[in-house]
Design a protein around this ligand. Sequence first.
Ligand SMILES: Cc1ncc(COP(=O)(O)O)c(C=O)c1O
Length: 420
Amino acid sequence: MDIKFSSRVASIEPSATSGMTAKAEELRTSGKDVLSLSQGEPDFPTPEFIASAAKETIDSGKFFSYPPSAGYLDLRQAIANKYLSEYNLNYQPENVVVTNGAKQALSNLMLAVLDEGDEVIVLAPYWVSHFAQVKIAGGNPVVIKGKLENGFKIEVGLIEKAITPKTRAIVFSSPCNPTGLVYSNAELRQIANLVSRHPNLIVVADEIYEHINYTQERTCFASLPGMFDRTITINGFSKSFAMTGWRVGFLCAPGQIARQVTKLQSHLSSANCSIAQRAALAALSHQSGAIDYMVKEYKERRDLILSLLTAIEGVEISKPQGAFYVFPDVSSYYGLHALAEIRNSQDMCDYLLSEAHVSVVPGRAFGDDNCIRISYASSAEVITAAMIRIKRALEKLTLTTESPNKNRISALNENQEKWR
Ligand SMILES: Cc1ncc(COP(=O)(O)O)c(C=O)c1O
């Protein structure tokens, strides 16, 4: 049967992260020792006190019926309290919608605010789903790309230039997936000033890596002057609390937006899983110990992976300041041959998987084909072994073929001395 699919699905690609992870799994099933650095997922188990809260909830026999569409009131209150105590922000439960992961908070939001042809400025490199979700909602993603030499940060002047009468929103993550960049308070203030001058513009501030931040500064965009009513704060429990499988995310937004998002949610998923919401409530009550431990570990792994990557010729890096990814430029190897020519980031990832048995994600999916995304949410042993394998695989390319980029590779190598 010839099924006709919607233009919505035709306009998007499957998630590259899941794609590479599936390829890695296939290779592993065939008996190969594959090291997977493609999944954006903490390798820590969910802290015990959170899992216990879920078990107690089940044993209590309560919470087995549909929760309210926006989420349980006490959880929304606890989320509002968190923003009051951490950022002095006066969210009320009516401003909070609990969703099936931050991913659904974002998709509900895009569906709520975009009409066909509306534009959303997407700061790149971007998280894959920011781009796809704008498309699914019928919007037009307008991509502005940061450069590695500026730590991938985007100047506010470039954002201003991209604004048209059709622009509805700006979306970005900070700390950022995939680059690890963290915008400073001063830089975010510049964006806030720009937004103040454009009354129809809203900001979708994806702060899901809020705690995984190695700088001294942690800014919630909504707390900047004039931004409370203009910001939709996206957050969730997946990354900070190692709760990816529990699927609890949320957004905090002006009441009128929260109401429309809730209306959508009531039709799309009814609500988020009741047991997972009780676990999330427990997570908020005991925050700091578990988070601090994991963040300290991630920082050590960040330093480890940087030291190993900088020992690889021809790889350019911008030092990540948050999240658990590094996004190196490997394009000096493009044009070389393995079994076939390596032309782009997908070819490079396929080569690294088949030659080194290491899975990483093509930068193309994040809006930068020169780079690959490596997740360092893995043990020091796995990170070390994977970097050794990648180094060998890349050396093999340089040694076995005549490189059109040979000079560039050695120049980059001298440049990287500064990291050692
Ligand atoms: C920037 C960013 N936002 C949102 C999400 C979605 O997280 P969740 O598991 O809560 O859906 C991710 C997950 O990788 C992410 O990297």
